[in-house]
Design a protein around this ligand. Structure first.
Ligand code: 3HC
Length: 294
């Protein structure tokens, strides 16, 4: 089936990026949020990115307008009814995702494909609450979706060959490098990356180095573009905490459990860059390391 119209559920950290790249690929995109404030915030981010690309001479003004014109923001699931592919990027909470699919499934045309951008939850669990598990797959994007080259294409037990192929084709259309991953918790990248970030927090708690020195160590010593604590703030500490809980349940290994500092920051509402504070304070011009263990 040709993809002409894509639905994106959620216009937050991942949803706004997915919306933008799908519109840039030439597809019409309907993006749905739970309230007007969240919707406006996500669309505002897309408009800012497009304006920046025009300023830098990377995008023609008319093309930027055309991309924005292909995006329809909505609060209403009914607007997704004629989408060919619906990608969910809502909060990483299984019950919330299941409730959402139960509402969306009867509304969207039966031959449309469904995809979850979950970071850690089982694709099969979500597919099972829809009437189309064979047309359901995982499409896991990386933050920022506009920049990161990878797309993990995840096949659950009931995903049809045709659906897995569609996932690879969507990746190709979006200019992404695709990898096929099994439907295990964390797929490939988070299975390796999440314990690394959690371990950096434990190293910090054990006094191995300061927040800044741990980050600088991994940037200058291993050529990572961001240190692990900056990356944790960037991913979102609340998201990371949810992923850790899912992974420790699945694997039963201590290295996937939430370090005390992460637990405390999340309890305090310090979710990292998106809330303005985490391992760093983002209220000024440049991020300033805080000392969250104290
Ligand atoms: N949206 C769109 N474009 C963005 C962007 C955003 N949010 N952030 C940066 N960019 C663009 C910039 O405009 C710039 O474009 P240009 O080269 O055309 O001028 C380019 O990316 C580089 O940005 P900057 O010069 O501002 O900064 P950096 O060179 O430091 O790059 C970065 C920023 C790409 C975010 C880089 O630091 C990086 O790669 N960090 C690691 C990110 C990472 O590991 N992500 C994966 C997280 S794990 C995940 O997402 C999985 C989930 O399930 C948890």
């Amino acid at each position: 089936m040709e993809i002409a119209k894509v639905g994106v559920l959620g216009c937050g950290l991942m949803g706004h990026g997915i919306t933008q790249i799908c519109a840039q690929a030439g597809w019409d995109v309907v993006v749905r949020e739970v309230d007007q404030e969240k919707l406006d915030k996500g669309i505002g981010k897309i408009e800012k990115q497009l304006a920046r690309a025009v300023e830098k001479g990377k995008l023609d003004h008319n093309d930027a307008d055309a991309i924005r014109g292909r995006i329809t923001p909505t609060l209403d699931y009914a607007d997704l009814s004629d989408c060919d592919l619906v990608i969910e990027a809502i909060t990483e909470d299984l019950d919330g995702k299941l409730a959402m699919w139960r509402e969306v499934d009867p509304i969207v045309k039966p031959d449309a494909y469904f995809a979850t951008n979950t970071s850690s939850l089982a694709v099969a669990d979500q597919a099972a609450v829809t009437g189309r598990p064979e047309r359901f797959l995982g499409l896991h994007f990386f933050n920022p979706a506009q920049v990161m080259p990878l797309l993990e294409v995840v096949r659950a037990d009931e995903t049809a060959d045709e659906t897995a192929e569609l996932g690879l084709a969507v990746g190709a259309e979006l200019g992404k490098t695709t990898v096929a991953a099994r439907d295990n918790r964390g797929f490939i990248v988070n299975r390796l990356l999440v314990p690394y970030m959690l371990d950096a927090m434990r190293a910090y708690e054990q006094g191995v180095g300061s927040v800044e020195d741990i980050d600088t160590g991994m940037m200058a010593g291993a050529s990572h573009p961001m240190g692990p604590l900056t990356l944790a703030d960037f991913v979102g500490l609340d998201t990371l905490a949810s992923i850790a809980d899912v992974m420790v349940d699945a694997y039963g290994e201590e290295r996937f459990s939430q370090p005390e500092t992460l637990r405390r920051l999340v309890e305090a509402g310090d979710y990292g860059r998106k809330s303005g504070r985490g391992f760093y304070d983002y209220s000024g011009e440049t991020p300033v390391a805080v000392d969250p263990a104290r």
